[in-house]
Write a protein that binds this ligand. Structure first.
Ligand SMILES: *Cc1c(COP(=O)(O)O)cnc(C)c1O
Length: 432
């Protein structure tokens, strides 16, 4: 180690007083900024940077926020990217979260000063969107909704489920395993490809907790197949719980094969369960909608407390339900022509600065384990492959996809107001 170099490295106190780092300490906390400073000093000690560059290096390494999670521009072309946190929240939802961060009336009626049902206004907003449901309850995610239904309605009893609907959602999460973990017994009926009404009728009896209908949301089955729809199951004389998965509240003509809560309730489902952060485009949560008598049994079960959502989720969900349209909806329904124009515009701008960028046609998917057969025509900016890593490490990070030796930045999942940040991120790599 060169002692002369070490002597020239600025001391931690001096760096904490440097205006940019002092401002960062006020915003992000002193400990975080100190750890960034120590890392920069280490780099100078190892000869990676000059001692005079320590302050600049520390500033460059400051995170955008105090949290460990970094903002990412989703240019993958997958609208609901599970690894990127599924649905991005609308501006209204973000503002609602911010407003609820401090003390808030989540369980209080400000008019009377008395305690009120937790999240009452959120539940009302949900029921306004799904008038076919008598009552609603919100839990932590779609899996929690199933756990609560299984525990409250079928502990020690049987859940009747078609072998064609024993679905693995992703990352090893299997719905049959989840159901069995609650103490309910699984009564499998039919075969992988074909299940008939008679299969269900033969299995239903005094030991039945409910019949479960699971939408196979992430795969398609074709050929010699048959399944029984909710309307037919409703005639069996036992509750029908229907897991639609994606959280569509009403039909979307663009996704004719995706079930929605309204249609399945109207067809006779007793309860519908769904995720809030898939096609509904809201925060992670699980929705339970349906007959008041059953929803109450779930909401009053002791386990409900362990699965309840926090005020931030309730705030974000309510704002999502009240509208305006969510980023997920906008991305799903964006016209190809508009995406192409945005891609042309960005590519031209980059090209003028010497970046090897061009606008190309692309295809996007819904993702998040939904609408497996659907491809959405899209447009992308095509860059040399080396951009992929540099963009991922930038700030904000940009996640594209590599295809045929090129890095594609697909615009369908990128909100239009992020185009400037996306362009700047590529420019930052280009000049580096
Ligand atoms: C996604 C999904 C789930 C699980 O929902 P999470 O919100 O991820 O817990 C359950 N069932 C179906 C059919 C799904 O698509």
């Amino acid at each position: 180690m060169d002692h002369e170099v070490v002597r020239r490295i600025p001391r931690t106190d001096a760096l904490l007083a440097e205006p940019r780092l002092a401002a960062a300490a006020r915003r992000l906390g002193r400990d975080l900024v100190k750890s960034v400073i120590v890392a920069a000093q280490d780099r100078a000690r190892h000869g990676e940077i000059a001692p005079e560059a320590v302050a600049d290096a520390a500033v460059a390494a400051l995170p955008g926020t105090a949290g460990g999670l970094r903002p990412v521009i989703n240019a993958t072309g997958v609208l609901l990217h599970t690894n990127l946190g599924r649905a991005p929240l609308s501006r209204a939802a973000r503002e609602a979260v911010l407003a609820a961060c401090g003390a808030t009336d989540v369980e209080l009626d400000l008019a009377t000063g008395a305690r009120s049902r937790r999240g009452r206004s959120t539940l009302e907003a949900l029921l306004r969107r799904v008038p076919a449901a008598e009552a609603a309850h919100v839990v932590n995610n779609g899996a929690a909704a199933l756990v609560l239904a299984a525990t409250a309605l079928a502990a020690g009893k049987e859940i009747v489920l078609s072998r064609g609907e024993m679905v693995e959602i992703g990352d090893g999460f299997r719905i049959p395993d989840l159901l069995v973990s609650t103490g309910a017994r699984l009564r499998e009926v039919g075969t992988t490809n074909r299940t008939s009404p008679a299969d269900y009728a033969a299995a239903v009896g005094p030991g039945t907790g409910f019949v479960l209908k699971v939408h196979p949301s992430n795969f398609l089955m074709t050929g010699f197949t048959s399944s029984v729809d909710v309307g037919e199951l409703a005639g069996l004389g036992v509750p029908v719980v229907a897991d639609i998965g994606s959280g569509l509240l009403a039909p979307d003509p663009l996704l004719p094969d995706e079930p929605d809560a309204t249609s399945w309730l109207q067809a006779g489902a007793s309860l519908v369960t769904a995720s809030g952060d898939k096609l509904l485009g809201g925060p992670q949560c699980g929705l339970v909608l349906g007959e008041a008598r059953l929803v109450e049994r779930l909401a009053r079960h002791p386990l409900a407390r362990a699965l309840r959502v926090d005020k931030l989720t309730l705030a974000a969900l309510e704002a999502t339900l009240r509208g305006p349209e969510t980023p997920t909806f906008v991305a799903l329904h964006a016209e190809l022509e508009g995406l192409r124009e945005r891609a042309e515009h960005i590519a031209q701008k980059l090209h003028a600065e010497g970046v090897d960028a061009r606008a190309v046609d692309s295809s996007a998917t819904v993702g998040g384990g939904g609408a497996p057969g659907v491809t959405l025509p899209s447009a992308a900016i095509s860059l040399p492959e080396r951009y992929a890593v540099a963009l991922r490490l930038g700030s904000p990070a940009v996640m594209g996809r590599v295809e045929n030796g090129r890095c594609l930045l697909d615009l369908r999942a990128v909100p239009e107001d992020e185009d400037a940040a996306l362009t700047a991120a590529v420019q930052a790599v280009g000049v580096a």
